[in-house]
Design a protein around this ligand. Structure first.
Ligand code: ZN
Length: 366
């Protein structure tokens, strides 16, 4: 028994006044529907993924993915998907709107976890606005803490959902309504603000990426009988870098680059070098609070380009090791990190192998 991710991509986008259906408009270089599809594939949580679309999509482009034709309304498309999965040994279905491109693997994992003890799990957000409702001509206040704005993916035990669909006669806007109409229990979990739905063409404005760039530079003196750390990893070498911390020039330059792009001053302000707290600290521990600022402010890393300036060690020999370490420390794909080596024709203290310097450019988006 396995879980299936169903991507509903057959909508006619009535409120989205454009010639192209909104799930196929280009957003960050790919059609809108592809974003959450890719997240589902990359999550490795699903043996089977099903896209319901009324437009031809090439199946071969996506791993473990089947594509079927949708219905007129959303619930018709869901019905077709459920029928298609018959006898395919599916335990739970995750039903997602293609118009929510910013689905995160984290939310998928949270939903999956809750499905261990629940037969229906739906993400929601609280309303940030005051809510009123109208009965006849009287407008009433509603306590916004009692308002749940539901998101997708909405997740259900496959068999139970099929049963409810079979007996349902009403038009429903989502599967959560079907459950509630039948007095079934749903476990609501806090969703993700970024996972919003694109309904009108104006919503696209909010998706426009803001890019920011930060530059970082650092240099430390090389001293004998010290371990050398570069990019958070130990490098075999006859000398190490002298500093208040472990002297990791790459991590220090990256920290400054990240802080620069976020406009949050610099490494010295955040971690004063007269503080005992940071004496001999491994620089990878300095990176963690910076990544927290990054996450708390909804930044993500586009790419990082690094120049390591030294005669030795040779960058070609340590490149893979350093990039692997940075990729894991920063939780970004290796392909987004580049490390270049630069010697200085034996000039100055770097040329005489008495110091190593590093410069970095970080690109972030929000
Ligand atoms: Zn430093």
């Amino acid at each position: 028994m396995s879980d299936c991710f169903i991507l509903l991509s057959a909508g006619k986008s009535k409120r989205f006044k454009s010639k192209i259906y909104k799930q196929f408009i280009t957003y960050k270089n790919k059609p809108l529907f592809e974003h959450s599809l890719k997240t589902a594939i990359d999550s490795n949580l699903f043996k089977k993924i099903l896209v319901v679309s009324n437009k031809k999509i090439k199946k071969n482009n996506y791993k473990n993915t089947d594509i079927i034709k949708g219905g007129v309304e959303r619930y018709n498309s869901t019905q077709k998907a459920l029928d298609y999965l018959k006898n395919k040994d599916v335990k739970n279905v995750f039903i997602h709107d293609a118009a929510r491109p910013n689905l995160s693997i984290n939310l998928l994992k949270k939903l999956k976890y809750e499905l261990k003890n629940n037969r229906a799990v739906v993400p929601y957000l609280n309303s940030e606005n005051s809510v009123k409702y109208k009965i006849k001509n009287k407008i009433n206040n509603l306590n916004r803490d009692n308002v749940l704005l539901t998101q997708t993916p909405q997740c259900f035990n496959y068999k139970e959902l099929c049963k409810l669909y079979k007996t349902n006669k009403k038009k429903i806007t989502d599967e959560a309504s079907l459950y509630l109409n039948n007095n079934r229990k749903i476990k609501f979990i806090l969703g993700d603000k970024r996972n919003f739905k694109i309904t009108t063409i104006d919503d696209l404005k909010y998706l426009k990426q803001e890019n920011y760039y930060g530059i970082g530079f650092d240099i430390h003196r090389l001293v004998k009988n010290k371990k050398l750390f570069l990019g958070g990893v130990k490098i075999p070498f006859h000398s190490g870098l002298k500093g208040h911390s472990d002297g990791d020039v790459i991590l220090h330059a990256i920290i400054d680059g990240l802080l620069g792009a976020m406009r949050k001053s610099d490494i010295g302000t955040l971690f004063p070098d007269n503080s005992k707290k940071f004496k001999n600290i491994r620089s990878k521990n300095l990176l963690q609070p910076v990544l927290k600022i990054l996450n708390d402010n909804n930044f993500s890393i586009n790419n990082i380009d690094i120049n390591l300036i030294c005669e030795n060690p040779k960058v070609s020999k340590i490149r893979n090791k350093v990039i692997k370490s940075l990729s894991s420390l920063l939780s970004v794909n290796r392909t987004l990190i580049n490390l270049k080596g630069k010697t200085v024709e034996k000039l100055g203290i770097i040329g005489k192998e008495q110091a190593i310097a590093c410069e970095v450019i970080c690109s972030l988006s929000r």
